[in-house]
Design a protein around this ligand. Structure first.
Ligand code: SF4
Ligand code: SF4
Length: 97
């Protein structure tokens, strides 16, 4: 049978993951002025965890939900994200279903 609710299924699987949230963000916008001029703001579209949001004329970074996939690091057309893995012991722990 065809699966018509793939997004729902992915969200359910993401919900199963465990996060140990650091108090320090491992993702930093280098220069908000660059984001302001960025036409597509692709980070707000491509991140599967919806980490980036354009709000109050700046990019907000909800690093707590990051899946550490690295897509935003590659996709930002201005290389404007200082991307690091979370510090040791922090970040996501995947649970396979
Ligand atoms: S894609 Fe890069 S430059 Fe554009 S809004 Fe996102 S972080 Fe800023
Ligand atoms: S690494 Fe992946 S999940 Fe984390 S912010 Fe970037 S695109 Fe989103």
């Amino acid at each position: 049978m065809k699966d018509n609710n793939k997004k729902g299924n992915i969200d359910n699987k993401l919900f199963m993951n465990n996060y140990k949230v650091d108090s320090m963000s491992h993702l930093t916008i280098k220069d908000q002025a660059v984001c302001e001029k960025c036409e597509d703001k692709s980070c707000t579209i491509l991140c599967p965890a919806h980490v980036y949001e354009w709000k109050d004329e700046q990019i907000m970074v909800s690093y707590e939900g990051c899946l550490e996939c690295g897509a935003c690091r590659i996709a930002c057309p201005h290389d404007n994200i200082d991307w690091n893995f979370p510090r040791g012991g922090y970040g996501i722990q995947f649970r396979l279903a």
